[in-house]
Ligand binder design. Structure first.
Ligand SMILES: NC(=O)c1ccc[n+]([C@@H]2O[C@H](COP(=O)([O-])OP(=O)(O)OC[C@H]3O[C@@H](n4cnc5c(N)ncnc54)[C@H](O)[C@@H]3O)[C@@H](O)[C@H]2O)c1
Ligand SMILES: O=P(O)(O)OC[C@@H](O)[C@@H](O)[C@H](O)[C@H](O)CO
Length: 380
């Protein structure tokens, strides 16, 4: 049986990428630090993926097992030696932490076989696989580095499926939305995985996804949090917030249409479809999940700051994106480590300094001034 090694047995890992591999005839070895999930995968050897609709359809995901990367290094290396695919869905900030073990796996593998290993990071981050490759290379010996081009092929990708926090402590089952899209940038044919789409240029796909789905999601999460809402669909019951999401997506849309020559009617259709996905009440997707890790989301290449900078460069409006950035700066969820750090940074040094440190924005830039003005208005 073909093998896939997938780092991150969380929501996207089990609910999307691992499930597609299993359904395509692969055995999936999940690698994670969560002992309970790993043990359960090894005991139960299957789980259900349930669709968040009124019909509650579900599918059984079989041929799965688990390894703990902290305590089972040798077993993970062995699994990498025999895999066709190595994928991750672990969070962009965690990639540097798993890179040393992947490097050990690659060093063992290139000695053992000439078969190609296909590596794909499935994270909400532009060029995540390139970043992962860079982290891995820091830990490779020269001999293994010399074999990489022949034997280990790296591909960037964009992944889209809303998988909320699971409300089923002690179960491996995962509730997911029915919609999914996995786009991989490759100039060669890859071993078949059902549901994977190959494109020659990922930029329009990942930017369209990140700056529509994730920008829109972030606006709802941060404004919803400020209005004491619990879930994304509840927040969208507020027409003012819906209008704000639409206005923000008009700004990212104008940039995307100009940059990639998209058809504006088709893009509007894409936006409408996404807002309908957000309204799915069966998902029960909490605003604190969608707003999680605000320092990452305020990064220069992420869903808020990058489209604002690009819109400004293109001479387009970015006021609503500035408001979204301001709302993110007000995310003070005490349960979120990055939100706690963000708030203490703002308290110590003020908003312009934080925008410089976290988002790479000049303290006197027009965007910083615009964000500051929205921040003060929202804070009242
Ligand atoms: N959930 C979604 O709707 C969704 C959709 C598209 C993309 N994504 C992206 O997928 C990635 C994962 O998101 P998620 O929602 O599945 O998160 P998650 O928290 O459910 O899963 C992450 C998993 O990584 C594991 N992990 C953390 N640190 C680790 C380490 N050092 N070593 C091994 N395992 C470790 C955790 O135990 C957890 O099981 C993120 O980049 C996210 O942006 C999520
Ligand atoms: O995963 P994050 O923290 O980058 O973003 C939160 C959500 O916007 C995200 O998980 C979406 O649900 C997902 O990207 C939909 O494809």
């Amino acid at each position: 049986m073909k093998q896939a090694v997938h780092f991150g047995a969380g929501n996207i890992g089990r609910g999307f990428i691992g499930a597609l591999f299993s359904q395509s005839g692969y055995h999936v070895t999940f690698v994670d630090i969560a002992d309970q999930i790993i043990n359960q995968l090894n005991e139960e050897k299957q789980y259900q993926v349930k669709l968040a609709t009124d019909r509650q359809e579900s599918m059984t995901i079989e041929n799965v097992s688990g390894l703990n990367n902290m305590t089972q290094e040798n077993e993970v290396i062995e699994a990498i030696k025999h895999a066709t695919y190595l994928t991750t869905a672990i969070g962009p900030n965690i990639l540097p932490r798993i890179a040393p073990l992947i490097a050990k796996g690659l060093a063992a593998r290139v000695k053992a076989t000439d078969d190609i290993l296909y590596v794909i990071a499935c994270e909400n981050q532009i060029s995540a696989t390139d970043l992962l490759k860079g982290y891995i290379q820091e830990h490779l010996d020269e001999d293994t580095k010399a074999h990489l081009a022949d034997k280990v092929h790296f591909f960037n990708s964009a992944v889209d499926r809303i998988v909320p926090l699971q409300n089923n402590q002690g179960s491996l089952d995962v509730l997911v939305e029915p919609y999914y899209e996995w786009v991989v940038e490759a100039s060669e044919s890859l071993p078949n995985v059902e549901g994977m789409t190959i494109v020659s240029d990922l930029a329009p796909f990942i930017e369209r996804k990140l700056f529509t789905v994730n920008t829109g999601h972030a606006v709802i999460a941060y404004l919803g949090y400020l209005e004491n809402k619990t879930t994304i669909d509840q927040t969208l019951a507020d027409e003012k917030i819906v209008a704000q999401v639409q206005a923000t997506l008009d700004e990212t849309g104008s940039y995307l249409i100009k940059q990639y020559g998209l058809d504006s009617d088709e893009h509007q259709h894409y936006i409408n479809k996404i807002i309908n996905r957000f309204k799915n009440s069966y998902l029960n997707d909490v605003v604190t999940r969608v707003g999680r890790s605000p320092l990452r989301k305020l990064g220069p290449n992420d869903r808020l700051v990058r489209p604002a900078i690009e819109a400004k460069k293109a001479g387009l409006s970015y006021n609503n994106l500035a408001k979204a950035i301001a709302a993110a700066l007000l995310f003070d969820n005490k349960e979120d480590e990055e939100a706690v750090k963000l708030q203490s940074m703002i308290k110590e040094n003020g908003v312009p300094h934080v925008l410089k440190e976290v988002s790479g924005l000049d303290e006197n830039s027009e965007l910083t001034k615009e964000v500051l003005s929205s921040y003060n208005a929202l804070k009242k």
